[in-house]
Design a binder for this molecule. Sequence first.
Ligand SMILES: Nc1ncnc2c1ncn2[C@@H]1O[C@H](COP(=O)(O)OP(=O)(O)OP(=O)(O)O)[C@@H](O)[C@H]1O
Length: 560
Amino acid sequence: MKQLIKNHQKAFYAFMIFNILVPLTNIAFAYAIKGIIDSGMSQNKEALTQAVLVGAIVIFIYAGLNFLSLRLKNKLVRQIMSRYKNKVLQSILDRDYRDFSNEKSGKFISVLTENMKKIEQDYLHQYFNISKNLSLMIFSLLAMFVGNWFLTLLVIIASIIPMMISGFIGQKSASLQNRAMIADQKYLAKVKDILAGFLVIKSFNVKDAICEDYSHESEKFDEIYFIKGKFDVLANVISQLSGMIVFLVAFGGGMYLVFNGSTTIGSVTAIVQLVNFVVMPLNEIGMGMSKFREGQTTLNAFEVKDVTGLQTGETKEYFDDVISFSNIDFSYPNAEEKIFNHLSLKIKKGEKIAIVGMSGSGKSTLLNLLLRFYDVTSGYISIDNQDIQAISAESLYNLMTIVQQDVYIFDDTLRANITLNQSFTDEEIKKAVQQSGLESYVLENELGLQALCGENGSNLSGGQKQRVSIARALIRKTPILLLDEATSSLDNQVTTEIESSILDIQNLTALVVTHKLNENILKKYDRILFMKDGVIVEDGSFSDLMDRRGEFCKLFELSV
Ligand SMILES: Nc1ncnc2c1ncn2[C@@H]1O[C@H](COP(=O)(O)OP(=O)(O)OP(=O)(O)O)[C@@H](O)[C@H]1O
């Protein structure tokens, strides 16, 4: 954030110049008041008129400068925040899948929404407000010293204790902010979960239980904000109290000096006016500091990382030869069960492989490991003899595309969901639409590719969503394609058409996890891997496996 502020150096320095000019007009105003009172007391009409005129001019200059300074501050805050928001989003998207999936999405939503508001209001605005108030306070104090050092000293002594108390409260507020942020994240995660599960809640008639669960989370959330509110109120009262004490000391001490004959009423009024320019900013700094500390805690709670471990790695532009799983072991993090134990597998470039087997046998895990969503516990996976752990994530995702059973559709047009806002020619889009079996839907739809898909594809059927995700994958033309039950919502005829068009793509290496044992399609694969309990128990063409009359054959015969 400091770097972002530094990036706007010119505007920042301009703001600082205003921070000097505005207090000077405040001081000039205090002295204009002194002139008015002293000339009034001495009944000098000419001097009085002049002082009033000076006062009026000073007011207008002050208003103009203050207006410009506030506008500049708002502009700076807007520019800095807009850059910061982009950086935060980039940093979230830069995370590797493991980092991301370890966190609750509520945390990221909160970082991009609630936290942003806090950082803008509590950190940035306060950062500029405090510097503005500090400058007004210092200049006014200097002017007071010049006017009457004794009175100034009294005022400073009177304001020390309230300042220390408000500093302590600020620290307490900042520590509560951490708890408040965690509560925010949990609350958002809960709300998100409830809204996403709307249909389940409705159809299972569990509204009351869900409301109870919600109110439990919401009470915890409210309680933390209530405690934090108590400190805010205390900070408010103390800062007002400190202001009153300082005024009391300034007026009392000033009048004592007037009795002594060492100053005039005009000078005391000017000093009291200047005290105003010390007390007001002092109050605001006191309150501002506790807000600023809260803002700082919010800012520090999320680290904006530019690169993650996965992004550092070698570049690999082509897939030329072979994918190897060499003697791999794997268990999911925090799980004891071993999914793979010394598994080895070689896939040659251009091979089309179907992976079938029992539920839970490790088919999806095999693809997840190839994509480095997880790392193997021992052994290694390589592409063209290059360990995938040494290949950068960007290169890896340029070499392969996965289509999963659960499809995510953005709330945008069909076209945008297929291209994902990358530039492709109309010809390329048309081909992907054809290969994925989407053509008739696009032709029948009045808006064609401009048709809106709705929130997570609410305007599309399950099968249409799967076809969009297949089109989205095919248009990338990566040399390796991974399909994980990507056609589960499609009928046999459409599945056959789509899989056939994929199997016809020359040089494409395809790994297709499927539960659909369709003879016509299975015959087209070069190899079928039959998996059971993390082991590839059979590996061969459809006819090989049928001749073997092993586990695959039994499953196939059961399915027909
Ligand atoms: N994120 C995870 N954390 C812990 N265990 C997991 C995780 N994902 C899968 N598993 C476990 O790993 C095993 C293999 O799961 P995987 O999803 O690879 O099987 P699958 O053959 O694709 O099953 P299906 O055909 O039902 O999709 C299962 O026992 C599953 O419970």
